[in-house]
Unconditional design. Structure first.
Length: 157
C-alpha cells in the first residue's frame, strides 16, 4: 500500500509535467503565430483569371501590371512605416512632427496614385463585358472592411 508521501510525490510529478507541457504549448503557439502566412500568388492569379475570364494575353498583361504595382508598394511601404513609427514613437518637436506628417501624406498619396494607375492598367486590358465585374471587384477592395474575428484569448505581454 502506498503511503501519503508517495501519493503526494506522484501528484506533484504529474502536475509538474502538465505545467511543462502547458508552458511549452504557449511558447510554441506564440512562435507559430508570429510567422506571416506565405503568399499564394498562383492561387490568387487563378481566381483572378477565372473571375474576370481573362485570356492568356490579358493575364500576361495583368501579371506585368501586378508586378509593377507590387514593386511600387515595396518601395513606398517601408518608408511609410518608418516615418509613421518616428512620428508616433519619438518625442520630436512640433516642427519635426509637421515635416514628418507632410512626408507621410506624400507617401500615402503615392500609394493612392500607384493603386489608381494599377486599376487603370487593368481597365485598359478588360473587354466591355468584363468591366462590370472589375468595377464590382474594385468597390469590394476599397469598400468598408468587416472586422476581423478576434484572435484566441492569449495573454498579451
Amino acid at each position: 500500500m502506498m503511503n501519503k508521501q508517495n501519493i503526494l510525490i506522484g501528484i506533484i510529478g504529474i502536475l509538474l509535467l502538465l505545467n511543462i507541457g502547458l508552458v511549452s504549448a504557449l511558447f510554441m503557439g506564440k512562435r507559430a503565430g508570429n510567422h506571416p502566412q506565405p503568399r499564394n500568388d498562383q492561387h490568387a492569379n487563378k481566381i483572378i483569371k477565372e473571375r474576370f475570364d481573362f485570356t492568356d494575353e490579358q493575364m500576361a498583361t495583368f501579371l506585368a501590371s501586378k508586378n509593377k504595382h507590387r514593386t511600387s508598394m515595396e518601395e513606398i511601404k517601408p518608408a511609410l512605416n518608418a516615418m509613421s513609427s518616428t512620428y508616433y514613437m519619438q518625442s520630436t518637436s512640433s516642427m519635426q512632427k509637421d515635416s514628418l506628417l507632410s512626408e507621410i501624406n506624400l507617401l500615402t498619396n503615392n500609394i493612392y496614385e500607384a493603386n489608381h494607375l494599377h486599376f487603370q492598367e487593368i481597365k485598359a486590358i478588360c473587354q466591355p463585358n468584363q468591366m462590370a465585374e472589375l468595377d464590382q471587384f474594385i468597390k469590394h477592395l476599397i469598400g468598408p472592411k468587416r472586422p476581423k474575428p478576434p484572435r484566441s484569448k492569449q495573454r498579451k505581454e
